[in-house]
Design a binder for this molecule. Sequence first.
Ligand SMILES: N[C@@H](CCC[C@H](N)C(=O)O)C(=O)O
Length: 269
Amino acid sequence: MTPFLKMHGLGNDFAVFDARNQPLALDAHTARAIGNRRRGVGCDQIIVIETSPEADAFMRIRNADGDEVEICGNAARCVARLLLDETGKSAVTLMTLAGPLVCRDAGNGLVTVDMGAPELLWDRIPLARPVDTNLFALNVDGETYNCAAVSMGNPHCILFVDDADVAPVATLGPRIETHPMFPKRTNVEFVSVRDSGHLRMRVWERGAGITEACGSGTCATAVAAHRRGLTGDKVDVTLDGGMLTIELTNGRVLMTGPATLAYRGEIAL
Ligand SMILES: N[C@@H](CCC[C@H](N)C(=O)O)C(=O)O
């Protein structure tokens, strides 16, 4: 049996495997089986902690559909929490496919992750053709939607709407995720502005569907809102699972929020 930890960041949930002493190569098929909510552990992402020569650990991430992806903000807080507690350090560095993430103990059970600099160039997000990533029209099944696009190492498409609570996340989310404008598919955020320091966001995640929170999506949303002049350098974002605080400082994005260990389990792999 292989031990794992069930963790979550504001309800965005993970099966976390520690492969630092016992190597574990999870293929897409196995990850999909673990992610299955009827037949497996059930989670949005499957996380494997590996050794890294250049950081405290390498964090490998697969979505529930089995695909390996670059970054996961909520999982970074969870893995950082484990390593902070294990080492007694005040900060740890996690290597990811998107680059290193410095994670600091922010007190009161919170972790701050330096999510790095956002990427705003259309071909680096990537998008299929040149547009103004701050505001572009996307045609979906004959309807036009005003969008912004940001990469936090992974692609995000942000739609500002009057009321995110009634946005068609379940129907429009998957249409945009697989739209030809996004060659690597995309995460999709539906956002309404409550005031210049507070956003409401709901998310359709690439490879996972609706989740209760998305850390990288919250960072991308704060960047897009700031670019449009809707919010300041610091913003609270209310997600279905709770609140994250995002600070934009020196061109970088800092995300602060909780990390929760739900239970320890074992699975036959
Ligand atoms: N939930 C994550 C993002 C996980 C990856 C994402 N679904 C993708 O495919 O890029 C987060 O908290 O950032």
